[in-house]
Design a protein around this ligand. Structure first.
Ligand code: ADP
Ligand code: GLC
Length: 490
């Protein structure tokens, strides 16, 4: 099949979180299975040093105004990535925000990106499926629908005839809701009410990008079965449960894979020593190396680590108080790498001051360090309030860093909690500090019994969450979408 990804992040080019990993992982795997994958992506400021070829000019109309841009291509591991170049909209250092607040013109920037993607795809005439990822691509579902309608009215030989739009929700909490005033300029419909959605009256006059895709995409999926089921009701659906229910027959869950080419401790170039389930000597070296770099004692106490966006989603409201207690009462070391909300970052820096012998917070986005921390830890902290899939727990399993997770969404689908006889990590359910602390106490207790700990570690390291399986499911989804679009076309 010939597939075009419409997305806003791609590992190796631009990344703020797992969306980038997932887009690249799926694209690589589709390619390996013999399919053609292209990606269209905004050319952010950080991408101006990427070598490009060719150039197409694309003009689109938004609110009666013409906007033009260049579309240039670059090659990455066999995938052609098309970069939408519009200096004013995209040549900024960060994709979505200035570090604190989302850019005020995000509705215009990403509506423009989507309109260009559809206009450009229509001109190319080489795609069987358009596949959008998250709210940044959501308006494309509507613009494609409009494009089909226009062609049907004209009885013209259609470009993109019968081409469906598949929409993947990587995170349903990010919806890009904005003032109704944007709608006429962007040519997008206001938030519509789903038949059974009793919550909808609370949002009468709003534009909601995610809702548009839920209404107009041919097929919808999210990145685990667990999160798919959660989205069918509130509060997990963040006000859109009615839409997920309405689209239930077209709404599936496909668990992300783990790209073991990039995340395998046996071959990882970013870590100080390689290791695998059969020989863990390298892991001990990685732990010592990280302790040294963080100026922590080279001790055998359990090292708890985290790498994450520092946001409410990742459970910092329960994690910070739990850490205070843990650091006060137990012999542990904790290293957290992350960037995000200022108030959490301040509290984490404060912990470094209060517990200089035990705690480090390294603020920033550092991919090499993320690998080193995955390799060095004994436990990985992931007490998420919600987690559509989660990739760090998959990396942690492979690196023998037992994940301590809240059993929600994709975490519940991928980590088997101790003391199950197939355990691969530690789990807890209630989203509160006491429940997390209890899980942490279990982790420390398990660590004291090195024989039991190592047994679980071995099992964790041999789990496989390959993209191949996910890819087969995506191919079935694409085929169903093509069939559904063909029916609508006739
Ligand atoms: P999410 O997409 O919600 O952020 P995931 O677990 O799916 O969560 O993926 C997060 C990805 O982003 C992982 O590859 C992780 O290593 C990476 N990441 C998150 N924060 C940082 C950081 N501060 N530095 C480097 N990598 C990070
Ligand atoms: C999102 C989710 C995360 C998921 C990732 C990739 O950012 O928060 O759970 O793993 O997308 O699908």
């Amino acid at each position: 099949m010939r597939i075009l990804f419409i997305c806003s992040e791609y590992e190796g080019l631009i990344k703020t979180g797992g969306l980038a990993d997932a887009c690249r992982g799926l694209a690589s795997s589709l390619l390996a299975a013999g399919h053609q994958v292209s990606v269209i992506l905004p050319r952010y400021g950080a991408l101006y040093n990427v070598t490009t070829e060719g150039e197409a000019s694309v003009f689109v109309e938004l609110g009666g105004q013409q906007f033009g841009c260049a579309v240039r291509s670059t090659q990455l591991h066999g995938v052609t990535v098309y970069l939408v170049e519009h200096h004013d909209f995209f040549a900024r250092e960060r994709p979505y925000d200035d570090g604190q607040h989302g850019y005020a013109d995000n509705p215009l920037r990403f509506a423009f990106f989507c309109k260009v993607a559809i206009a450009w795809a229509a001109r190319q005439q080489v795609f069987d499926v358009l596949h959008g990822h998250d709210w940044q691509s959501a308006p494309a579902a509507f613009y494609l629908h409009q494009h089909h309608q226009y062609n049907q009215r004209q009885h013209s030989s259609q470009s993109l005839a019968g081409v469906p739009f598949v929409f993947t929700i990587h995170n349903g909490a990010y919806q890009q809701q904005s003032d109704a005033g944007w709608a006429p300029q962007l040519g997008l419909p206001l938030r519509q009410q789903a038949v059974q959605d009793e919550h909808d009256h609370e949002y009468p006059h709003q534009l909601n990008f995610l809702q548009i895709a839920l209404q107009y995409a041919t097929k919808i999926n999210t990145v685990s079965q667990g999160y798919r089921d959660e989205l069918l009701s509130e509060p997990a659906a963040n006000g859109l449960a009615g839409w997920y229910q309405l689209r239930q027959p077209d709404f599936s869950g496909i668990l992300n894979g783990c790209d073991y080419q990039l995340w395998d401790p046996a071959t990882d170039q970013a870590i100080s020593a390689n290791f695998h389930a059969g020989d863990l000597a390298g892991k001990a070296t990685c732990k010592r190396q990280l302790q040294q770099e963080c100026q922590l004692a080279q001790s055998n106490v359990p090292l708890l680590v985290a790498v994450s966006r520092v946001t409410g989603q990742k459970g910092y409201d329960i994690l910070i108080p739990a850490l205070k207690h843990l650091l006060n009462h137990y012999p542990v070391q904790v290293v957290i790498v992350g960037s995000g909300e200022a108030s959490y970052c301040r509290q984490l820096h404060q912990l470094t001051v209060v517990f200089p012998d035990k705690f480090r917070f390294i603020e920033g986005f550092n991919e090499q360090l993320a690998h080193q921390v995955e390799a060095a830890g004994d436990f990985f902290l992931m007490p998420s309030l919600f987690e559509p899939c989660g990739l760090n727990q998959l990396y942690s399993l492979r690196y023998g860093t037992l994940p301590v997770v809240r059993l929600t969404g994709g975490l519940k689908d991928t980590v088997v909690p101790w003391p199950d006889n197939k355990a691969t990590g530690i789990g807890f359910t209630e989203p509160n500090t006491e429940a997390l602390l209890e899980a942490l106490r279990q982790a420390l207790k398990l660590y004291q019994d090195q024989q039991a700990y190592k047994k679980i570690q071995q099992r964790a390291m041999t789990q496989s969450f390959s993209w191949e399986e996910a890819t087969e499911q995506y191919l079935v989804l694409y085929r169903h979408a093509v069939d559904a679009a063909a029916k609508m076309n006739n």
